[in-house]
Write a protein that binds this ligand. Structure first.
Ligand code: NAP
Ligand code: MN
Length: 265
């Protein structure tokens, strides 16, 4: 097996962060890690910042499933950040450990009109960008399930379930259950329009299709974790959960439920 010692650091170089990162890099080199300038050459990709930085690091390096991602926090520990920037030793010891245990997080695949393939670690959200409601035809596999009218929908991964999804009353899901959660953003419900009205969870073998109807003068926004794109209506979006997983280090007493408790209780 190839030695796991090629490190790439992903961070925003600010005046405040610079000396801390330099110190961390020097320590890593003194411990026989090689720092690489191209993330494609790394087998450990480390983000420095918060959960938002981790999401960016995974996105900008192409959702690799053949390397280890590591989140380093510059403040509070988060959902993807297991180490504090000052705990150099803990971090390098954790990745050096021969019996390293790896945590595997499911990601979502988003296919727009059958070609563009994108991924999300937290969620894919589709929202109106105007003050008007818009419509989405929702299909589960080939079943036309409902016609949604409202502000939008969020499709989250298990690890994303504690993010945006939770703010709209979705359930927090154990990442050991590979699934998609669909939650609503202000659905219109009356005698003409009806949606399920609650979040629902789909098994990983299911395919969710969202057909965005022609909405005159309405350009929906599609959010992929913390990046947003504006799309024209009349699009077909297929959302699935591929077998690909994002790997991080598994630490003692730091299960997903420890993190949920640490953050919310
Ligand atoms: P942001 O607007 O700075 O962050 C929103 C907050 O969500 C931050 O405190 C962030 O932590 C935290 N967060 C990120 N992923 C999380 C997760 N899986 N579970 C629990 N909390 C999480 O944007 P950002 O930092 O780039 O993060 C993007 C994420 O923010 C999106 O993927 C979405 O889940 C979430 N979001 C939430 C709402 C809402 O609740 N109304 C709206 C938009 C987006 P850090 O401070 O450590 O970065
Ligand atoms: Mn953030």
């Amino acid at each position: 097996m190839e030695a796991r010692n090629k490190l790439y650091f992903f961070y925003k170089n600010t005046k405040k962060l610079h000396p801390q990162v330099e110190e961390l890099k020097a320590f890593a080199e003194s411990q026989d890690f090689h720092l690489v300038n191209d993330p494609a050459e790394a087998n450990i990709i480390t983000s420095i910042g918060g959960d938002g930085a981790f999401l960016q690091a995974v996105r900008k390096t192409g959702f690799r499933d053949d390397c280890l991602y590591l989140g380093i926090s510059t403040g509070q520990l988060g959902f993807y950040c297991d180490f504090n920037i000052n705990a150099h030793k803990d971090m390098l010891e954790a990745i050096r450990n021969e019996q390293i245990e790896v945590r595997k997080y499911p990601i979502i695949q988003v296919e727009i009109d059958g070609d563009t393939r994108l991924y999300c670690l937290n969620e894919c959200s589709i929202r109106t960008s105007t003050i008007k409601v818009f419509s989405i035809e929702v299909y589960i596999d080939n079943l036309h399930f409902e016609t949604f009218k409202g502000d939008g929908m969020i499709i989250s991964t298990p690890t994303g379930s504690s993010g945006y999804n939770k703010s709209v009353n979705g359930a927090v899901i154990d990442p050991k259950i590979p699934c998609l959660q669909v939650s609503e953003l202000a659905s219109l419900n009356n005698n003409y329009y009806r949606t399920l009205g609650s979040a629902f969870v789909l098994n990983q073998e299911r395919e969710l299709t969202l057909k965005i109807k022609e909405n005159i003068n309405n350009y929906p926004i599609i959010g992929l974790d913390n990046e947003a794109y504006s799309i024209r209506s009349n699009k077909e979006i297929k959302i699935t959960l591929p077998d690909r997983r994002i790997k991080t280090v598994k630490l003692k007493d730091n299960s997903f439920w420890h993190k949920v408790q640490r953050s919310f209780l």
